[in-house]
Design a protein around this ligand. Structure first.
Ligand code: GLC
Length: 437
């Protein structure tokens, strides 16, 4: 049963067009989108960063049944919008997230400024359905930006184009006047986000349903973003390639810049009952796989409605952060690595240095097949201890290793090579009479 609500409340909150000020069309001088040379400059910090924190937070966080709850449970909009009365987080929780990200070795954050539910965490002149004008009474995006900056982290804005609350959000597909209004609303809000909070490093669009690039006027959208924030980088979810791709819940290397986003359990938005947490070993291995493929890893937290972060997320991120404080050289600032063949270890590389990230440490000896360049020295990253090894064209074998893993959840061996690390094709070894290393 929905709580009683006055017509005025309803008008202010729900899909009544009166709640949405008609935005003035804001002409943006179209200019050529930055080319590849400029992209490299804008993306350099991001390539080096490798690891970021994703934050899904909104009214849905109050319910704790994920961010799609409005649609998945077919909740009447009039009932859902009342969550805005209960969404009143502790002051400055974003500072706790930023500290957590910093401890975890994450270099940037991307927070949902507006998810599909349509509720804005920022102050918008185009709607009352935003945190500063509801019970919360604060601009949560401002708090977030200040928190990230205070911890020296780069700032990203997630913004959902799809909007289940705006009266034109679905209608825009069949009604040109609605499309025009809605697109001006969306562009107007993006302009607010990129104007009112200083320097923003990433704009992370999401779900472009129900329009195509032409309908969203995505070229004009991107041109506006670059014009307002000349150093910004944009993702590819407004139906244009943007600056980087966004494989979701999977790791898939590509020649274009890419970032895998992933949940820590199985949910983006807070889910009380989801306890399927990934282990620190899995996170470290995923991070290494991203770094090996030249990509980034954007790992999500779903804070509760009050902003507190589930303790299991904190535990996992702190463990990963401890590991990175000893082994960050194997991740941050590394480049795409050609080596990938081992069942026991992952690989990353910086120049001619190969990082062998051993997750299944068997002790005493470790063999890496088919490494092409010669290893000129090797050491344990955690202690600096030099390692003994032999090498022929088929295998590199470390000898006399400690029997128990010197580090957890993975031990890193740094091997200096006389060329770029690469391995021969394993089928090439299969037919050979095996020599001895
Ligand atoms: C999907 C989901 C959304 C989530 C996003 C993260 O597009 O719709 O809930 O925010 O993935 O990448």
């Amino acid at each position: 049963m929905m709580n009683p609500m006055s017509r005025r409340d309803w008008m202010a909150l729900a899909g009544a067009s009166a709640a949405y000020a008609a935005p003035q069309a804001s002409p943006t001088q179209s200019r050529p989108l930055p080319g590849d040379a400029d992209r490299e400059r804008r993306m350099q910090w991001w390539h080096e960063a490798k690891f970021g924190m994703f934050i899904h937070w909104g009214l849905y966080s109050v319910l704790g049944r994920r961010e799609w709850v409005l649609e998945q449970e077919a909740i009447p909009l009039a009932e859902y919008v009342q969550l805005a009365k209960r969404f009143n987080p502790q002051p400055n929780v974003a500072r706790q997230w930023a500290r957590l990200a910093k401890r975890a070795g994450q270099k940037y954050m991307v927070m949902t400024t507006k998810h599909h539910e349509g509720f804005c965490l920022f102050n918008s002149k185009y709607t009352d359905y935003c945190a500063p004008k509801q019970a919360c009474g604060r601009d949560l995006v401002k708090e977030y930006v200040e928190a990230a900056r205070a911890e020296g982290l780069r700032v990203g804005f997630y913004y959902s184009l799809m909007d289940w609350h705006h009266p034109d959000g679905e209608r825009c597909l069949h009604d040109e006047a609605a499309r025009k209004r809605f697109v001006e609303y969306i562009h107007g809000q993006i302009r607010e986000l990129l104007t009112n909070y200083g320097k923003i490093d990433i704009l992370w669009y999401d779900v472009s349903h129900p329009l195509k690039a032409e309908g969203w006027e995505s070229e004009r959208m991107n041109a506006m973003a670059y014009q307002l924030q000349p150093d910004i980088i944009l993702n590819n979810r407004n139906q244009l390639p943007g600056d980087f791709g966004t494989p979701e819940q999977r790791i898939e290397a590509s020649d274009k810049p890419w970032e895998s986003c992933m949940t820590l359990n199985g949910s983006w938005g807070y889910c009380k009952t989801d306890i399927e947490w990934k282990s620190p070993a899995t996170i470290v291995n995923n991070l290494a796989t991203c770094a090996r493929g030249g990509g980034n890893y954007l790992l999500n937290i779903g804070p509760r409605g009050d902003g507190s972060v589930p303790e299991d997320s904190i535990r996992v991120l702190d463990t990963v952060g401890d590991w990175l404080s000893r082994n960050g050289a194997a991740i941050h600032g590394t480049e795409r690595c050609k080596a990938s063949w081992s069942e026991l270890a992952n690989f990353t590389r910086r120049g001619n240095k190969l990082y062998i990230i051993v997750r299944l440490w068997d002790g005493d000896s470790l063999a890496i097949p088919g490494l092409i360049p010669k290893v000129t020295s090797a050491r344990l990253l955690v202690s600096g201890d030099a390692l003994k090894y032999t090498q022929n064209s088929e295998r590199l074998v470390f000898h006399g290793l400690p029997l128990t893993p010197p580090d957890q959840p993975a031990t890193v061996i740094e091997a200096e090579c006389d060329g770029e690390p690469a391995q021969i094709n394993r089928l090439a070894i299969r037919g050979r009479a095996r020599g001895q290393a």
